[in-house]
Design a protein around this ligand. Structure first.
Ligand SMILES: [Zn+2]
Length: 243
């Protein structure tokens, strides 16, 4: 009996250690500063960076329309699951992405947070999708879309179906089901919201949420757990808000 218990403990310990090599940090309660820089020196920017994300999208410096167009539609991808992670890695070569001003961003992946990370006037939606893009030169651009409770979302239905089949499941989703019909965005320069919190990320956050059913939001919340970083100081950064 004792031997079995010891063996179990060892096995669990080893698997935890193996996992930690890939991910050695966790989200907190979404309000207390995470102090990820204290966990790993490579995450120093999380604590000392002056252009961190998410922020509260309030008191904009400029009210104006950001010139943004998207080219999404039906897309093929693979489900990537992990601790605090539900993500679709899109297959390359599908020519999906967004044009922001003169910058062409290619869509790489979409992942989710529960609740949403960016706040609007102090309020957080129950969920957000982050569409992560990069230019050909490696500059990152993210489009965030909030979810609010309403009708069932067909793209999330496909995602949850794949989720029940596990990591690595191939799926196809219509990305436009997860994006407002008319995309108007908040725009500012920030960072990745997870370690290493790299800055230079072109943030775009849609001002209108899309709908998902209460059941869909509950299932993703159960899969992710609390997965929103605390709100970061704007430090005088320019924030453009749509009209
Ligand atoms: Zn994210």
């Amino acid at each position: 009996m004792k031997k079995i218990a010891l063996a179990t403990t060892l096995a669990l310990g080893l698997s935890t250690a193996a996992f930690a090599q890939n991910k050695d940090w966790n989200f907190g309660d979404g309000e207390t500063p995470e102090r990820w820089g204290a966990i790993n020196a490579e995450y120093a920017a999380c604590d000392i960076g002056k252009m961190q994300s998410p922020i509260d999208l309030t008191n904009p410096d400029v009210i104006g329309t950001v010139n943004l167009t998207t080219n999404f539609g039906q897309a093929r991808g693979t489900l990537a699951l992990g601790e605090e992670k539900v993500q679709i890695d899109f297959a390359p070569g599908q020519n999906k992405g967004m044009m922001s001003g003169t910058k062409a961003f290619n869509l790489l992946q979409v992942h989710f947070h529960t609740p949403a990370e960016h706040a609007v006037n102090g309020m957080r939606y129950p969920m957000v999708a982050h569409f992560v893009h990069a230019t050909s030169g490696g500059e990152l651009g993210v489009l965030g879309v909030f979810f609010t409770e309403g009708d069932s979302n067909p793209a999330l239905a496909s995602l949850l179906n794949a989720h029940s089949q596990g990591n690595g499941t191939a799926l196809s989703v219509d990305i436009d089901d997860m994006v407002p019909d008319t995309v108007e965005v908040y725009r500012y320069m920030g960072s990745l919201t997870t370690p290493p919190c790299s800055e230079g990320v072109n943030w775009h956050v849609a001002n209108v949420p899309v709908e998902a059913s209460a059941d869909q939001i509950a299932k993703l919340t159960a899969a992710l757990g609390p997965s929103a970083r605390s709100i970061q100081d704007r430090n005088g950064r320019l924030l453009v808000a749509p009209e």
